[in-house]
Ligand binder design. Sequence first.
Ligand SMILES: [Zn+2]
Length: 195
Amino acid sequence: MKVALTFDTEFPGRPTLPGVEDRILASLDAAGVEATFFLQGRWTRANPETARRIVEAGHSVGNHSNYHAPMNGLDDELLRHDIRKAEGTIQSVTGVDPRPLFRCPFGAGQDDQRVLAALEELGYRHVGWDVDPRDWEEDRTAEELERLVPDGVLEDGNDKTVLLHAWPLATAEALPMILNALGAESVQFVAPGKI
Ligand SMILES: [Zn+2]
């Protein structure tokens, strides 16, 4: 089966520890796994070195909006401005065009025809997910993630896109075990466009 591991990078609503993204990159590198990172524009401007390391490590990048606002709450003009602003930042910082991958913050707008039409007009398609272990929850532990991610991926034998975030410490702590568990099941890691 095929699995697309995706990590959203963004400014969370609470303080985070530095270096978590690098720990995630090191675990992916050690396992020889390529993932996809959805970069928020503001985060990319604040963390240009980390954004470049993600690209240099061979991972794919997508657009996770500029302000990380619910896209269905933005008017037509703001919606396009936000998508383009993030795209310009990601291109200038990393040298990579994030099109055609876009992920709505909070998934808000992924079923909204107005949002989807704007994305299509700008060269994007929305990338959702099949497995969401809610790694952003404050009390989520690494042990829980080590169980929830493989259980969700292996639930029914279908290909899966997994939603993770690049900043929770529990995600960084759990990732080596998650990669081990999925590797033992002969999972093939692919970009989300391949699912
Ligand atoms: Zn997000």
